[in-house]
Design a protein around this ligand. Structure first.
Ligand SMILES: [Zn+2]
Length: 620
């Protein structure tokens, strides 16, 4: 283990009236209410979790105890947790496990239920005995068939945004941080890993213990259990994967140590000791999940040429934006993702040059334009600051937070220059380290530390236009890419009749191919499709980004040659980013819808709840 810990929440700061208060407490009090949690952290708040659980693959359940050290701030007689679809068996107080009463509130579809436990003014410890349900939304239980090795079952969690409450009774708000220890019992032939200090090999007991010393919000609680092996990459970095995947993963992510060095050069020391990756089976619904110390990542970035590793830069960047400085509520989600996309592009620029990062910006801009058009130019969901009250916060998980957030920050960088902006962001991360922060708090910091009353600068930065208005502000200049200009040349030549095989495509990366495929006309003849496919082998590409973009054309143009590959892709891959546009394209015609439903019936058991919630709605 390397690196000294810097725990801002452990440093006491005297307040003006002479009392001592941790900076974390100060932060919590000023945060806006989280409409997606029943917890009342201003009254009684959790500070540390001791989790003691059994993972049962036969029953598809997790059972055990969640024991919390709490701060009863107001001397109240109750502490409120979030729970969804959990079987709560008992609640106890203190070290002597004195039984107490608890009450479950009314059930809301995505919020679940409040779990109110009776406490005393001097209660320091609350223990809850519980069991998960086999269809807990955070948990995906995979059969051996659904893994790369085909021999052992697999389990992984996805807690973001508000799914932690489906596998742990918890104060499930990003504004509340706690440290944790865990003891996890699993079948002896499997290894357990968490968002914590991890074992590197199996032991003979199947019991593993974990420690997370840095305070984290609940959505970063993570567990995975499977036939996993570990391979070291650098002194501080390594990879967990199934034995069948580890070699390919170690090759693909060989540069992760360099990424860590590049990131530290820009925003200072990495504060979580180790940075490891866990490569999951393909049903993982996201590209990556920034679980601290152990990013969970989709195997769909194993392109064999290291061309999709900006995703790792993204998850690594979250170690600063998101995990270190966290959005206080899901309405402030852009603070997590906008900063992370901005930082991801900076890391890629540091490693591969500006031309490379420019390509990512252009692709991101295309996604953003698409999302804005999709939602409608006046839609309030295209503001950076969201209002998700009464809705599943998952609805805020769009390119607005990611790409519009990124372009807002790039716009500020342009206005003040890179050196000054870097200093500002460094100060921001240091000031709010291990705290949660809101849009308002960030904007206050921006005004006091950067704008400083400079009206001309304030106008250029245009907070109102970016944060509280729909779409993109007037005067926004779209990003450009010199490498894509060459792709456009090739594309124009093809459009004017040059055979695909004669185009200059040497050394194109995934990004150039993606740009090329996205430019292809909506309507193409079967001969054009076949010509492209023969020259570039799109249908049989091993690159998931290329495949997903190509299938959109094959569906629209009834290019039956790709049907089998499409079905294989949809039944294997569970990454929502790919699934949604493909199923949407299929769903656009009666014939396609029939096909979509037939494939979905087969593929659905392989998708995580995060994906099926969206797709059930889409396909009704
Ligand atoms: Zn992210």
């Amino acid at each position: 283990m390397a690196g000294a810990l810097q725990l801002a929440s452990c440093t006491s700061q005297p307040t003006s009236d002479g009392e001592t208060m941790t900076s974390e407490q100060t932060a919590t009090e000023k945060l806006p209410a989280d409409v997606h949690s029943y917890a009342q952290p201003a009254e009684a708040v959790t500070k540390h979790l001791d989790l003691d659980i059994d993972v049962n693959f036969d029953q598809k359940t997790i059972s055990g105890t969640a024991s919390y050290l709490i701060d009863n701030l107001t001397g109240t007689d109750k502490i409120v947790f979030d729970s969804r679809n959990l079987q709560i068996e008992n609640a106890y107080l203190g070290d002597n496990i004195e039984e107490t009463t608890f009450e479950l509130g009314e059930t809301n579809q995505f919020m679940g239920q409040s779990l109110t436990v009776k406490i005393k003014p001097d209660t320091k410890k609350v223990t809850i005995k519980y069991k998960t349900s086999p269809d807990a939304a955070a948990l995906q239980w995979l059969s051996p068939q659904q893994t790369a090795g085909k021999k052992h079952p697999f389990l992984f969690t996805q807690s973001q945004a508000i799914l932690a409450r489906t596998w742990i009774p918890i104060q499930d708000s990003p504004g509340i941080r706690f440290t944790y220890n865990a003891k996890v019992k699993v079948p002896k032939e499997l290894l357990a890993v968490m968002s914590a200090e991890n074992p590197v090999q199996k032991n003979s007991t199947g019991v593993y213990t974990f420690e997370m010393k840095q305070p984290i919000p609940s959505y970063l609680m993570a567990l995975s259990v499977g036939d996993l092996v570990f391979e070291k990459v650098g002194p501080q970095t390594g990879i967990y994967a199934e034995p069948a995947t580890i070699k390919a993963a170690a090759y693909e992510f060989a540069e992760m140590d360099k990424m860590l060095v590049a990131a530290e050069k820009i925003y200072g020391k990495y504060r979580w000791d180790r940075y490891d990756l866990l490569v999951l089976p393909p049903s993982f619904p996201f590209g990556g999940m920034e679980n601290p110390r152990l990013t969970f990542v989709t195997p769909t970035v194993l392109a064999k040429d290291r061309s999709l590793t900006s995703l790792i830069a993204h998850e690594l960047a979250h170690s600063w934006s998101g995990n270190l400085v966290t959005n206080a509520t899901w309405d402030d989600f852009w603070l997590n993702e906008g900063f992370t996309v901005y930082f991801e592009r900076r890391i890629m620029e540091e490693l591969y040059g500006k031309e490379y990062a420019d390509m990512l910006n252009v692709l991101g801009y295309q996604d953003l334009k698409h999302t804005i058009a999709d939602k409608g130019a006046d839609n309030a969901d295209t503001h950076l600051k969201l209002d998700l009250e009464g809705r599943d916060p998952d609805e805020g998980l769009t390119d607005i937070a990611y790409e519009k957030g990124n372009f807002f920050l790039q716009n500020i960088e342009k206005a003040v220059g890179r050196a000054r902006f870097d200093q500002f962001v460094n100060d921001y991360f240091n000031t709010f380290a291990f705290q949660s922060t809101s849009t308002d708090k960030f904007l206050d910091f921006l005004r006091s530390e950067l704008i400083k009353g400079d009206e001309e600068l304030a106008e250029k930065i245009n907070i109102e236009g970016w944060v509280y208005s729909p779409g993109l502000p007037e005067g926004f200049t779209a990003p450009a890419s010199s490498r894509f200009a060459k792709v456009e040349e090739a594309y124009n030549a093809w459009k004017s009749g040059k055979p695909a095989a004669q185009l200059t495509t040497k050394d194109w990366s995934s990004h150039e191919w993606l740009h090329f495929i996205r430019m292809l006309p909506e309507t193409m003849s079967l001969q054009q499709m076949a010509d492209l496919d023969k020259a570039f082998n799109f249908t049989n590409s091993g690159n998931s980004e290329v495949l997903a973009a190509w299938f959109l054309h094959s569906i629209k143009n009834n290019y039956a040659t790709a049907d089998k590959a499409l079905e294989t892709f949809l039944t294997n891959v569970g990454r929502r980013k790919f699934l949604v546009p493909i199923y949407k394209a299929l769903n656009a015609t009666p014939e396609g819808k029939k096909k979509a439903l037939a494939i979905y019936a087969k593929a659905r058991p392989n998708y995580h709840a995060v994906s099926t919630v969206t797709l059930d709605e889409l396909l009704k």
